[in-house]
Ligand binder design. Structure first.
Ligand code: IMP
Ligand code: MG
Length: 194
C-alpha cells in the first residue's frame, strides 16, 4: 500500500550506497576499537546530523565506550557557514582526563569543528580526536585535524544518512546529491542545514 508520504523513488544522484556506507563504517569501527581498546572513550556526537553515523559506528566498535551529545547551530549567511557557532545543548558528562572522540557527519569549511574542538580542549580531556563520515575538503577555510575519515567527497550538497536539507531526507539509507534545480529544493533554500 503506498501513500503520498512515501519515498517511492531514489532521490538525487546517489554518491554513496547503503552498502558502501555500511562497509566503510564497519572498517572505521574496527580501526577505532583498536585505537581505544581499554581506554573507555567518550564519543561526543554532534547533533542532529551525526546521529545515524554514531548509531552504526558504535555497534561496529567492540570496546567499552560512553556516549554524549552536543547540539550546535551556526548562523548561516546565504551560501557559507559563518563560523559563529551556538551551543544549543551541551554535554552532560565531564570529559576532564577522559579520551574523547568527536563524531561528526560532515566537515565542510571546518569552522564548526574548530569551534567545538577548542571548546572541548579547554575542558582538559586526556586526548581529543575526530572521526567524520564525510570530508568536503575542497571547502575547508580553517585547517582542523581530522584523525579518521569515512569518505572524501566533492563540493556538492549531499543529504541522507543523517544529513538534511531543511530538516528533510535524514532518513535516507544512502547519501545522495541534490542538484540546484531539483524541485524539492525550491522551497526553503539556504535555511538551517543541520
Ligand atoms: P562547517 O562549519 O562548514 O564545516 O559546517 C559543517 C556543518 O554544515 C555540518 O555539520 C552540516 O550540518 C552542514 N553541512 C555542510 N555541508 C553539508 C551538506 O552537503 N549537506 C548537509 N549538511 C551540510
Ligand atoms: Mg553536523
Amino acid at each position: 500500500m503506498s501513500s503520498t508520504n512515501e519515498i517511492e523513488t531514489t532521490i538525487g544522484n546517489v554518491l554513496l550506497s547503503e552498502g558502501d556506507i555500511q562497509n566503510r563504517v564497519r572498517e572505521l569501527g574496527r580501526e577505532l576499537a583498536a585505537e581505544y581498546d581499554g581506554k573507555n572513550p567518550i564519543l561526543v556526537n554532534i547533533l542532529k546530523g551525526g546521529f545515524i553515523f554514531l548509531a552504526d559506528l558504535v555497534r561496529a566498535m567492540n570496546v567499552h565506550c560512553e556516549m554524549d551529545f552536543m547540539v550546535v547551530s551556526s548562523y548561516e549567511d546565504r551560501t557559507e557557514s559563518s563560523g559563529v557557532v551556538r551551543i544549543l545543548s551541551d554535554l552532560g558528562l565531564n570529559i576532564e582526563g577522559r579520551h574523547v572522540l568527536i563524531v561528526e557527519d560532515i566537515v565542510d569549511t571546518g569552522l564548526t569543528l574548530e569551534y567545538i574542538r577548542e571548546l572541548l580542549l579547554a575542558r582538559n580531556p586526556a586526548s581529543l580526536k575526530v572521526v567524520t563520515l564525510l570530508d568536503k575538503h575542497e571547502k575547508r577555510v580553517v585547517s582542523v585535524p581530522i584523525e579518521f575519515t569515512g569518505f572524501q567527497i566533492p563540493d556538492e550538497f549531499v543529504v541522507g544518512y543523517g544529513l538534511d536539507y531543511a530538516q528533510r531526507f535524514r532518513n535516507l539509507p544512502y547519501i545522495t546529491v541534490l542538484s540546484e534545480d531539483d524541485p524539492m529544493l525550491l522551497e526553503g533554500r539556504e535555511v538551517e542545514t543541520r
